[in-house]
Design a protein around this ligand. Structure first.
Ligand code: ATP
Ligand code: MG
Length: 407
């Protein structure tokens, strides 16, 4: 557990182009304004943080991926993978590029390929851990890459634990004992102690980051979305995965809503379509609060416009507040049966209707309807049963059997 109990980490995640960077930057501005020492960290390779703050590119390049101060109490940081390799990955990177090189791939390509997927994400986790342990900032805002990549990012701490337990020890023993033989036969370089020591050191510095990310008092996820079918579908998927990784989601930012003042006929379809999907969003994400943001007449560039965005977004509320506590739903697996637990207070059994349509579970209570997107392996379940107990609905999903039942 971290020493700094007051630190706050907020992730902004969502599909490409929905407004993550703008909303993350705006939140950072407001946190800094309230006096918190804040850093907005970007994990997106196509960095745009410095662009929206209108910073000189040369300043960003000179800073080599370190935080740059943009206002009182406010820093932004865009990771530079080459700098991170020099800082954190030296021996690991050297071994992988030599290995690739030995298989006939030329130098330049080997160096490029040796940047393994995950290195950037792990570098970012190293920063998070360092900032929390050394109490370097009060607030860390993360501007995530589009959904798919940020989901890989949050899966890293669990994967790492698995790797160190299962693979690392075995590899190290193999390299030690079988290494000389393999080398004689295949003529590929075998990783030496430097490589394994570097990995061990990396793990050491990542220790505890998984607890930080899953501690709801510290970390929250805010999903940025737009009131449109495809975007919302992806937000549902992200919502489910963040839930599965036991991260606290405390807000949905519904961006780019056409303002009422737009009456042009051309936009009539868009307006009614948006209304429809805003209603769907409530069914999907309830009880997590939804923060509406209108579509502005122009791009949100520079400090002043970002500040206006922040004031509309949080509407006088403290942006660091945990807007939702608790879990919207839990998914467990026991004896091959998946169990989905949803809180349903003040509800009688007779009023609950349950159906599974493709990969969604739909819970209906009177006029209230909730859609829950199921993970792939659960969505394949053919047999669905449910019971209501202690104001909670337990849904059991099982593979082999046939039929579908209502409560
Ligand atoms: N509510 C809004 N009104 C007007 N323009 C907006 C709004 N939200 C975002 N934009 C503009 O849309 C563009 C994309 O926004 P932004 O870069 O924040 O999205 P993103 O989700 O970070 O994108 P990416 O996935 O590419 O990183 C920017 O030019 C931004 O100024
Ligand atoms: Mg972005």
């Amino acid at each position: 557990m971290s020493k700094n109990r007051n630190i706050r980490i907020i992730f902004f995640a969502g599909k490409g182009g929905v407004g993550k960077t703008s909303v993350a930057a705006a939140t950072g501005i407001q946190a800094a304004d309230l006096g918190y020492k804040t850093v907005v960290l970007s994990l997106d390779v196509a960095h745009s943080l410095s662009d929206i703050f209108d910073l000189e590119k040369s300043l960003v390049d000179l800073n080599k991926g370190n935080p740059i101060q943009v206002a009182k109490q406010l820093w932004i940081q865009e990771l530079d993978i080459y700098e991170e390799i020099a800082r954190n990955w030296g021996d690991i990177y050297r071994y992988i590029s030599t290995l690739l090189n030995a298989t006939g791939i030329d130098d330049v390509l080997a160096e490029e390929l040796a940047i393994l997927p995950g290195m950037e994400e792990i570098s970012l986790l190293l920063y998070i851990n360092r900032y929390v342990l050394n109490e370097e900032f009060d607030v860390i805002i993360l501007d995530c890459a589009p959904t798919g990549e940020s989901l890989r990012f949050i899966s890293i701490p669990t994967t790492l634990e698995w790797y160190i337990k299962k693979i690392y020890k075995m590899e190290r023993a193999l390299a030690k004992f079988a290494g000389p033989v393999v080398k004689r036969v295949y003529d590929v370089p075998i990783p030496g102690d430097d490589y394994f020591d570097a990995i061990a050191y990396l793990f050491e510095r990542l220790k505890g980051v998984d607890q930080i990310l899953t501690d709801p008092k510290i970390t929250s996820v805010r999903l940025v979305t737009n009131p449109e079918k495809i975007v919302l579908k992806e937000t549902q998927r992200a919502f489910m995965y963040f839930c599965l990784y036991k991260m606290n989601i405390d807000g949905i930012i519904m961006n780019r809503i056409l303002p009422e003042s737009v009456e042009d006929k051309y936009f009539q379809y868009w307006k009614s379509n948006q209304k429809h999907y805003m209603k769907r969003a409530r069914e999907y994400f309830d009880p997590i609060p939804i923060f509406p943001v209108t579509l502005y007449g122009q791009e949100i560039l520079g400090y002043d416009r970002l500040k206006i965005l922040a004031s509309h977004l949080y509407d006088g509320k403290n942006p660091l507040k945990r807007f939702f506590k608790g879990k919207p739903y839990q998914l467990k697996k026991a004896k091959g049966i998946y169990q989905l637990i949803i809180k349903l207070p003040f509800v009688e059994k007779e009023n609950v209707e349950l159906s599974k349509v493709s990969d969604e579970l739909i819970v209906r209570v009177g006029s209230f309807k909730k859609h829950i997107l199921l993970p792939r392996q659960v969505a394949a379940a053919k047999y669905v049963t449910a019971k209501l107990k202690d104001q909670r609905l337990f849904v059991f999903l099982k593979g082999e059997n046939h039929g579908q039942r209502r409560t």
